[in-house]
Design a protein around this ligand. Sequence first.
Ligand code: GDP
Ligand code: MG
Length: 333
Amino acid sequence: MCPAAILGDRASGKTTFLGLLYAAQVRYGTQAGDTFRFHAPPSSLKFMGSIYEGMASGIFPSATLKDEVTEVGFLFGYRRMVMGKLPAWIPQNRWTNPFSVLHFTAYDVSGEDVQEFIESGVASSPIIQQLLKSMVVVILVDCSKMTLQHDSPQYKQMLRYDTEVAKLAVNFQTYKVQEYQRMKTQGLAEGLPLIYPAIVLTKYDQLSDEVLAKLGLHRGIPPADKEKARREYAEAILRVFLPQTLAQLRGGKVAGVSFDQAAYFFSWVKTQTADGGMAPVGRSQIVVKDASAAGAAEPDYSYDEYIAFIEHFREIAHKVPDAVNDRDQLRAV
Ligand SMILES: Nc1nc2c(ncn2[C@@H]2O[C@H](COP(=O)(O)OP(=O)(O)O)[C@@H](O)[C@H]2O)c(=O)[nH]1
Ligand SMILES: [Mg+2]
């Protein structure tokens, strides 16, 4: 089972993301058949489900003071493809485990534990130790804070977040180096680890046309299968608003431990105001889609992006070592 971390700033849309991921997974589950499984402990399931229910009736999750998302965890399981005849060199146990599993946990970068760790560099809390074990790192970036007014609080908060996440990225690499060296002395190391990053641009609907124009971009996300165009689009935005993190992900090796090519995803929710204009964050009503087609009412959101997110990790889950032995841990939910 491969540990994976979801990182986000305060009010960056973490809770919304988790609620929508839950929704997408429920809808996608039937389509993906037996090749994808989602599983979560009851408390996380209840949390994600109730967030989604609220959104399906037009309401964003209420703001929370404590970083409740740190309690949220869930699994993605991808069925291993079993081919007709196994080449002799494939260890048998890789084929008896039917699923490759990623174990996601959400972390609030503005939360006490992470802040203390960024300042001290000492991983004393169990939460941080768990975080550092992650091989997959998902970074949420809040588009509603993307402004060209460099003296605005939003812009400053974005820069601070960038600095913090860039530091975390270095700490991840340092931890992996140390872990690798420990394994090596025990004769267990298999090669330098690679960390798999993904960046989710949240509240994409709040990114203004003015900012897009300044960056020479249009509104409209290049589809997931146009990988290069999508990367260029996302990076044109992030070079301005998340420069340090981007540089660390793209080039920064620490003693040979590096990041794989980052993948980019966009999350948006359609909102409305009484006069039909774009609502300020925090006071918006979610547009709920007609119940007739899908069977149940659901918010108008970037469903395709969530599916791309789920599918992106299929290949990665198969690549990283370790899988769950007990298929019962992956009961369909
Ligand atoms: N317009 C818009 N607003 C969003 C979106 N996601 C979140 N928000 C707003 O941002 C607020 C904070 O989101 P939340 O998910 O609670 O952030 P968290 O504090 O990181 O968990 C919400 O109450 C919404 O008002 C989005 O996709 N579009
Ligand atoms: Mg929250």
